[in-house]
Design a protein around this ligand. Sequence first.
Ligand code: PEP
Ligand code: MN
Length: 577
Amino acid sequence: MIIAAYQGVEGAYSDILLRRHFAAREEEVETLGVPTFRDVAVALLAGRARYGVLPMENTVAGTFREGYDLLAQYDLNPVREVIFRMEHRLLGVPGATLAGLTRIEAHPIVLEECGKFLATLPGARPTPAIDTGVAARDVAEAKDPHFAAIAPAEAAARYGLVELAANIADHPDIVTRFLIVEAVRPELRTPPGSKSRRTSVLFATAHEHGLLARCLTALADAGINLTKLESRPKPGRAWEYMFYADFEGDAADAPIAAALAQVRALCTEFRLLGSYDVATLAPAAAAEPPAAKGAALKSVAPMPMPAAAKNYPLAARPSRPAGTQIRIGEVLVGGGEFVIMAGPCSVESRAQVFATAEAVRARGAVMLRGGAFKPRTNPYAFQGLGWDGVDLLGEAGRATGLPTVSEVMSVDQVERMARSVDVLQIGARNMQNFDLLKAVGRTTRPILLKRGLSATLDELLAAAEYVLSEGNPHVILCERGIRTFETATRNTLDLSAVPVLRERTHLPIVVDPSHGVGVRRWIRPLARAAKAVGADGIIVEVHPNPAEAKSDADQALTFDDFAEIVSELEEIPRFGT
Ligand code: PEP
Ligand code: MN
């Protein structure tokens, strides 16, 4: 059994990293949490652990100097690099809600990484903790629904917490480079495990013209490829600098050893920190945990992509071959489970939206829809309740525990909407409102992007690309019918979009049969067809009294219609699972 030390308590990122790392190598590990990074070094020297893990740099916060300094001070031997993707989740005790939070605990760097999301919760005070495990443990021990922690999914399981929000980092892909290290004891030294090696050095030159350039030239002349060069002031010596450098190759290789000897001769200080195996970074999708329930989508064999795919490289299937899963509270879209979103076309009153929310939840919906800003064809038609509608929808969502989805019509609504609803809907008429797409792309909320009335599938994907390219990876595509010569149905529900999109993109796909056919009695067969053709879910309109609905009355389902559809859907296998 290997003992590996990390800074923190159970559930911290480095604890999880160690467990995953050794599990992937099929080696049994026991992890040892210690209070500081220095204690990791001490545990190695004292023989209490065989390996330790130290963070070296992060794509947001930059270099962790302490990692480099401890390697030098304690003469530790780096064994291999591990690159770890951070999956920040907001965790609370059961019963906690986003709106009710007053304190969010996390490691200071993690708070920085989630700045945009935290700004959407002005009532909650960001509070630094020693590490993510401590943050999660504190929240679990406090048992206070006003407190939450930012931590990985594993910490939720370990401390009995529930997820209030996922994917909350400003940047969708934050990675940290760690080194697995050991105490230098020649008899124990881990041999290289890979041909691909990297070397780290720490050096200082005298404050003299051209010396740094000569060091770099010595490396360049030996064909050495630098992967990092950073300077920092030398403690206590004004205007003198230390340099951290990483480069490809092993210091034991003769040409590299010779170049390093030249560098050493030019330096006032030189420390060879060591050479180690280089990590490879798996594609982002691989870091997603498996679906909680239900079978995940079978991975799709590589398919030829159309020429237009050059317009949507981030949305195109090859950028995430395993598919994208989007977590919204407890709902996972794209995880294999068929997701049912339901609610009124428009929020009309407190009584109407609460009655509908309770009815659809009781009958199997997992998300609540409801328009507050309505894109109506004529300006005299009911335009929605606006912000009052948004507030009512939020209240109904919280009362029933259903995450909410509502349409955002303009750029100036985006910020407030992102604070109030869980998923931002871009309506069919706005599919190519590029400013709006960019604005929602700068939020951290998942986006339900509806296909435009006359948009091709490649245009839909190029619209999704606008959102992804702004940094928001959470886009759900929605087929809601297109304009054709056929007038018997409100639109023509293009179900062939589902298998075609499945090949071209990794994004989840839901179908809206309500707007697709526009006639209550035809929604049932098309909802069945949507599941049979492989959609990830449906979104349908439901009203307590369809005859009185202020918008889209002809297509509103009664509670009974909805119940019947949901129960029938259970019998239908979903294509692709
Ligand atoms: C809606 O969902 O109520 C709506 C207006 O949809 P679409 O944008 O698809 O017409
Ligand atoms: Mn509608």
